[in-house]
Design a protein around this ligand. Sequence first.
Ligand code: G3H
Length: 317
Amino acid sequence: MSETVSAAANPDVGVSTARLRTRLHALPGVDEAGVAQRTADLATRSVKTSAKSRAIDLAIRMIDLTTLEGADSPGKVAALAGKARRPDPADPSAPPVAAVCVYPDLVSTAVSALAGSDVAVASVATAFPAGRAPLEAKLADTRSAVADGASEIDMVIDRGAFLAGDYGTVAAEIAAVKAECGSAHLKVILETGELATLDNVRRASYLAMDSGADFIKTSTGKVNPAATLPVTLVMLQAVRDYRRRTGRLVGVKPAGGIRTTKDAIRYLVLVQEIAGNDWLDPAHFRLGASSLLNDLLMQRTRLRTGTYPAAHHFTLD
Ligand SMILES: O=C[C@H](O)COP(=O)(O)O
């Protein structure tokens, strides 16, 4: 285990695990009951039709349209890229999504298929989803994705090290991956479903931000629970407070298990109420999802025409 962090120009570099532990354990504890109540209350909100229409388009623009299956192929990624650029073939007013998210070996396919569009290519890296590989392998994974044209890297943290309290190792890995990213943005996946407590989610959020994360992301989508409103609330509080302290605005990306328009709108309400309007932008908030887009498109069509499109109208997620 590394006791002293080395690498890159981030605030936590050179800070010992002992000092990180002191700092992270001094954070105020999360009021779990209060968080549960606050997020449960979101289910009772009603949203006006005009606001709903705007929220649906914003949610579409915030999607990282994701395919992360062992059976992924260049053909599937090319088809997904087509959908990302123009989600509704019958309605050019439907906006494109923010990014397509793929494994590193499919980055070049996605880059070619998205050429000339504003849709970014994101790639998971660092031995996603478990992150069980030597640091060199994780850095090579990142280097390869960036070299092939990914402008966003989604890395996983070492949850084993984090849960063992070896915060120095976690911070050093994030800083080293950030250094490999160059101009690519780094999203740091906390895998909150493995972190056991909301206090840990808060600590991991600060550790990631102090180590250079451009975004903090909830989940890989491979562990249950994936994204939830309570963990996202804690992460939104963290980015809000971190910005007040440092002036740096870090984004948030809930990912995994977000499938319905109702879910997406609850996340947007949470963003506005907890972090504020500055985060209501694809530059600072994303929804990582493989199958949310079709529901948003269905609801969008219903609001515009009064009827749902036939089930076969949109290509399969
Ligand atoms: O980052 C996104 C997730 O891997 C997608 O998860 P999902 O298939 O549950 O939407």
